[in-house]
Design a protein around this ligand. Structure first.
Ligand code: IPM
Ligand code: MG
Length: 368
């Protein structure tokens, strides 16, 4: 049987630097755990625009459809701010999500013990935090029609449309309930059914999927604004949160920051199973391209490394090896190894991106 395949799309800004560390980790698994991957690499975002005049070449799109998993760094940067909307770096990412039909975006917000002091919230509010946001990723206001900027009388009007079908809500709800069964068995669904018809439908459908298929899971509903408030007040009340594309974008950034550093958090975007039973999948850190520190060797590669851990778990059925990588990261943090984004303690000198990668490899070696 051929090796499982991974397409690496480093993208822009710090993307290539953090991805270089993940390549070391991928190779480590081939050398030490008999888990070899066929790795190919291509361009996305501004890097693809510079080379091809488009943020995602059709050939890259076709490759992404064929591989077992895509690993993406980050896209965007000030250099591309004035590009036409249709070729902005972000469009490359949105096209991947849409055409691969990656409807369930899993964004864990986990607080590492060694970093509980970094949170802007009190330590007892965040210590031990482990929640999972499931964000719908291929529909809603990000993709709904009509959209655009139109002339209306003597002024312009900007329009986007929030639109959800029952089946779109059903499938992401199922993903959330399935995950909850493997975690704390609790789902909180967030929308604004008090103001939006799409929210009324969302709530009804999530409740129906629950009652018919997942009655064993505890389900609650919250308006998304109240949900944001509760996330800051007492985040440990949540296990899995399921929500739409736009609310999920906002709530997942807020949840990520509870944990102290955006540089720590991975994500998985999953679609329907392929012929080989694996879900279509793209893994990426939650952080952006951080153009202010790009190329300086300061970036934290942990979020990208943990994204690969999610790939081991969700695409390659290697839960124990995913645990191994996550524990290696925890060990490195417990040992006090810090990239510049994690400073704050007295007398700690930051390590570079590649030194952090090496520290993770050393911890992996120790785990054998
Ligand atoms: C995210 C990002 C993207 C989004 C951007 C880069 C298009 O903010 O993944 O959360 O809005 O979905
Ligand atoms: Mg976002």
């Amino acid at each position: 049987m051929s090796n499982p395949s991974i397409l690496i799309l480093p993208g822009d800004g710090i993307g290539p630097e953090v991805m270089a560390e993940v390549r070391k980790i991928i190779s480590w698994y081939g050398d030490n755990r008999d888990l070899a991957f066929d790795v190919s690499e291509d361009l996305v975002g501004g890097a693809a625009y510079d080379a091809h005049g488009t943020p995602l070449h059709d050939d890259t799109m076709a490759k992404a459809q064929e591989v077992d998993a895509v690993l993406l760094g980050a896209v965007g940067g000030p250099k591309y701010d004035n590009l036409d909307f249709s070729v902005k770096p972000e469009r490359g990412l949105l096209r991947l999500r849409k055409e691969m039909d990656l409807f369930a975006n899993l964004r864990p917000a986990q607080c590492f013990d060694a970093l509980a002091d970094f949170s802007s919230l009190k330590k007892d509010v965040v210590a031990g935090l482990d929640i999972m946001i499931v964000r719908e990723l291929t529909s809603g206001i990000y993709f709904g029609e009509p959209r655009g900027i139109f002339e209306e009388g003597n002024e312009r009007v900007g329009i986007n449309t929030q639109r959800y079908t029952e089946s779109e809500i059903e499938r992401v709800a199922r993903s959330a309930f399935e995950l909850a069964r493997r975690r704390g068995n609790k789902v909180c669904s967030m929308e604004k059914a008090n103001v939006m018809e799409s929210g009324i439908l969302w709530r009804e459908v999530v409740q129906k999927v629950h009652d018919e298929e997942y009655a064993d899971v505890e389900l609650s509903h919250m308006y998304a604004d109240a949900g944001a408030m509760q996330l800051c007040r007492w985040p440990k009340q949540f296990d899995v949160i399921v929500t739409d594309n736009l609310f999920g974008d906002l709530l997942s950034d807020a949840a990520a920051m509870l944990t102290g550093s955006l540089g720590m958090l991975p994500s998985a975007s999953l679609g329907a199973p392929m012929a080989n039973g694996r879900p279509k999948a793209l893994y990426e850190p939650v952080h952006g391209s951080a153009p202010d520190i790009a190329g300086e060797g300061k970036a934290n590669p942990i979020a990208c490394a943990l994204s690969f851990a999610m790939a081991l778990r969700y695409s390659f059925d290697q839960g124990a090896e995913a645990d191994r990588l996550e524990q290696a990261v925890e060990k490195v943090l417990a040992d006090g190894v810090r990239t510049a984004d994690l400073l704050g303690e007295e007398g700690v000198t930051p390590v570079s991106t590649s030194e952090m990668g090496d520290a993770i490899i050393a911890a992996l070696n120790e785990s054998l």
